[in-house]
Design a protein around this ligand. Structure first.
Ligand SMILES: *Cc1c(COP(=O)(O)O)cnc(C)c1O
Length: 237
């Protein structure tokens, strides 16, 4: 069951606070806040929460389960929502993704690119993609091993339905900011190295509710924020 969401005024206040923290984090390192785009992560919250966020001017929403995108897209078929996949994707979900998503940030293997490409061709669509890289040692984290990134980026040049825009990562869960920040720095360095080889990768999606100021300091262009906007999730995902 999806959580219902009843409090629009706290949503507006949360959003204003997150925006103020983005501004502060940018100013602290001399960046323009306009360079950082906020992706609200609505996973586990129902269509009513997304509708409330739409009323506040948000348009793109991050989800980690295709099934949730499907049910929310149906409930919100009257609204101009753009769905962004941020969770681990099985190839058998490619059809729904090709139909419903505007972007995939969790592309981590060629087999998935292949499946998405075939389905996108059938739909006559193109989507933006980010390659998810594993920058933390935790078993639970998904993403491509950094050593495999050059080969995947080269191979992705062959898929004209997938517009590769940059990289995504989840940092290690740690109480030590240095360790978290090192993950973000790693992603930026991997991006810089790939650009030196001729790839064009302007976007770095990194930073969540608990760590986005550190990600902004390391060059994040996209931060993915759930809890700080929608509140605590009551279901582990
Ligand atoms: C859930 C999730 C987020 C948002 O996490 P919060 O800590 O709630 O901000 C960001 N990125 C990914 C990949 C997620 O699965």
């Amino acid at each position: 069951m999806m959580l219902s969401f009843g409090d629009d005024s706290s949503l507006a206040a949360n959003l204003a606070e997150v925006r103020a923290r983005i501004d502060a984090a940018c100013h602290a390192v001399g960046r323009d806040p306009a360079e950082v785009s906020l992706l609200p992560v609505s996973k586990t919250f129902g269509a009513d929460a997304v509708r409330a966020a739409l009323a506040l001017g948000l348009r793109r929403f991050g989800e980690n389960k295709v099934q949730e995108i499907r049910s929310k897209a149906q409930a919100l078929s009257d609204c101009p929502v753009e769905w962004v996949v941020i969770g681990h994707l099985q190839t058998n979900k490619a059809k729904d993704v090709a139909r419903l998503a505007s972007e995939v940030q969790s592309l981590d293997r060629l087999e998935l690119a292949d499946a998405l490409h075939r389905r996108l061709q059938q739909e006559g669509r193109c989507i933006d993609v980010l390659v998810e890289v594993k920058t933390s040692p935790e078993e639970s984290k998904h993403g491509l091993a950094p050593a495999e990134l050059p080969a995947l980026l080269d191979a992705l040049r062959g898929y004209d339905t997938l517009r590769v825009q940059g990289l995504m990562t989840m940092a290690v869960q740690s109480e030590h900011p240095d360790e978290v920040r090192a993950c973000f720095r790693r992603l930026r360095e991997l991006r810089d190295a790939a650009q030196a080889r001729g790839h064009v990768l302007p976007r770095l999606s990194m930073g969540m509710s608990g760590d986005f100021p550190l990600a902004i300091a390391e060059g994040a262009t996209d931060i993915r924020v759930g809890t700080a906007i929608f509140g605590a999730r009551h279901r582990i995902v």
